[in-house]
Ligand binder design. Structure first.
Ligand SMILES: Cc1cc2nc3c(=O)[nH]c(=O)nc-3n(C[C@H](O)[C@H](O)[C@H](O)COP(=O)(O)OP(=O)(O)OC[C@H]3O[C@@H](n4cnc5c(N)ncnc54)[C@H](O)[C@@H]3O)c2cc1C
Length: 341
């Protein structure tokens, strides 16, 4: 049994779309929730938002996150800006260290995502010719000249995939040797992709900061609207290691269909888990984990075994905390919007 009486039922680590959606569900389903986020994740890097129904593309990642944060706060969630450096304990009583503070919770949700590895400069700005999300941004390169940068199998495949969108695809090796296998090499050579060996020595952009062209060490200049660097990614897995969660060969956290990890009481959602790295998918995983946690933690109905012949004391209802009831009373029915800033 635990020695602590946890402050929260749910602690969510990571405030991108996955963690925010989990916190939205757990809070609106009546569970005291704290969301702890250090900021600066992949969603925060988005200049524009694509592929999210109902969100127009002019909405930046930061706007989306700030609106969602205000939403969950309005339902009664607590949000904390900080980095969780350690987690101790077991299901029912986890302790999370954030600077000098400690937060305690019955369940923990990891939504810490990953970081894309950046190639060496010269490089245009992210979202202005440098793009990390194929399923989000390939559309903007229809009939445009694009590059794919790197030396891996994935680089070669992405270059061929881009032929679905445009007939002008260059693969930039940047002076390195290709690392793809012989079969991929034959496949690539059978597709109209130009492989450019030389390193990039310079770059030109327009007045909006969009990439116009790269200059190469052989003196040539090639024009591009933008492209995709393929240098891999690093999971934010410090807490995954602390908790000794099972991982896939690729390093993602293994989960079931509801985000349950190999350790009881610990869930994982979003880019930290296997599958497509997309906002709607991160949100869907967050929703599923939030509902699973609710099934796990809700007070009623009591089973006949729990009742043991007794009836529920009406004074013990409703089960939701006074904090969440107060937040519900305070709400005037209006959803907070980005315009409220
Ligand atoms: C440039 C770019 C553009 C993109 N555009 C789109 C798009 O248009 N549409 C789309 O669907 N997808 C897009 N994506 C993909 C999308 O951003 C991700 O799939 C999505 O953000 C994943 O959500 P997440 O919550 O899992 O992770 P993230 O958004 O990365 O959030 C993780 C959060 O956890 C925090 N964190 C990590 N460790 C800790 C810790 N120890 N303590 C506290 N906090 C911690 C991070 O700082 C971060 O704030 C884009 C990605 C990039 C890089």
């Amino acid at each position: 049994m635990s020695e602590v009486d946890p402050d929260y039922q749910v602690a969510v680590v990571g405030g991108g779309p996955a963690g925010l959606t989990t916190a939205l569900y757990t809070t609106r389903l009546g569970h005291d929730t704290v969301l702890i986020d250090r900021g600066g994740g992949r969603a925060a890097m988005m200049q524009e938002t694509h592929n999210v129904i109902g969100i127009t593309e002019e909405v930046s990642g930061n706007e989306l996150i700030q609106t969602a944060k205000r939403q969950i706060e309005s339902y009664g969630a607590d949000t904390v800006r900080g980095m969780v450096s350690d987690i101790h304990g077991s299901s029912g009583a986890y302790r999370l260290d954030v600077g000098e503070e400690t937060y305690t919770a019955e369940r923990v949700v990891l939504a810490t995502g990953f970081s894309d590895d950046r190639p060496e400069p010269p490089l245009p700005r992210t979202g202005r010719g440098l793009h990390y999300c194929l399923h989000c941004d390939a559309y903007m390169f229809i009939d445009e000249s694009v590059y794919v940068m790197g030396t891996s199998e994935t680089t070669a495949h992405v270059a061929m995939i881009m032929l679905n969108f445009t007939d002008e695809v260059d693969l930039l090796l940047r002076g390195e040797e290709p690392e793809w296998g012989e079969e991929t090499d034959r496949q690539l050579r059978a597709h109209p992709v130009d492989v450019i060996d030389e390193e990039i020595t310079g770059m030109n952009t327009d007045q909006d900061g969009w990439l116009k062209s790269f200059e190469f060490e052989d003196g040539t200049t090639r024009e591009y609207r933008g492209g995709f660097p393929m240098f891999g990614a690093e999971y934010h897995a410090e807490l995954v290691e602390v908790l000794d969660l099972k991982r896939t060969d690729g390093g993602a956290v293994q989960v079931d269909d509801h985000g349950r990890t190999s350790v009881e009481g610990v869930f994982a959602v979003g880019d930290l888990t296997p599958g497509h790295s997309q906002i709607p998918i991160a949100m869907g995983e967050g929703a599923k984990a939030g509902i699973a946690i609710h099934y796990d933690l809700r007070e009623f109905p009591k089973s006949l075994a729990e009742l043991d012949g007794e009836s529920v004391d009406p004074a013990s209802t409703p089960a939701v905390s006074e904090e969440i009831r107060e937040a519900a009373r305070q709400r005037d029915g209006a959803e907070p919007s980005a315009a409220d800033d």
